[in-house]
Design a binder for this molecule. Sequence first.
Ligand SMILES: [Zn+2]
Ligand SMILES: [Zn+2]
Length: 149
Amino acid sequence: MTGLSGACLCGQIRYSTPAVPLVVGHCHCIDCRKSSGTGHSTHILIPEEGFEMTGEPRFYDHPADSRHIVSRGFCADCGSPILSRNSAMPALLALRASSLDDPGAVTPQMIVYASRAPAWDAMDPALPCFAHMPEESAVAEMIGGAAPD
Ligand SMILES: [Zn+2]
Ligand SMILES: [Zn+2]
């Protein structure tokens, strides 16, 4: 079986997607830290096509460094982060790996905003690591699967 599925803690929000992730990454930006409960969030970037969700997340909109608006969707009842959208990437969604039914279904490939990581939130030193958000070309490389192995 392909695809991913997940839910919030209380189960009111549940989703599934047939998508293969474009990229999976840890982000240590302040917004991701504050909304995570620990030092980073782990995002799964997918195309929106085929994404299905029951329940209605509440969204909190906040500008990123790029000035693009990031809308973070979470369960209004249990508070679990579910997904986010970026106004610069309207056809894509970023699922929170914490919401997956099987978190082992994905493998993180990169770390962004590492410069903002707390010292106690150590990450896999084998992963490509960017101090801030990588240039578009670097992201394109990651999405294109051209990452060094
Ligand atoms: Zn919930
Ligand atoms: Zn972030």
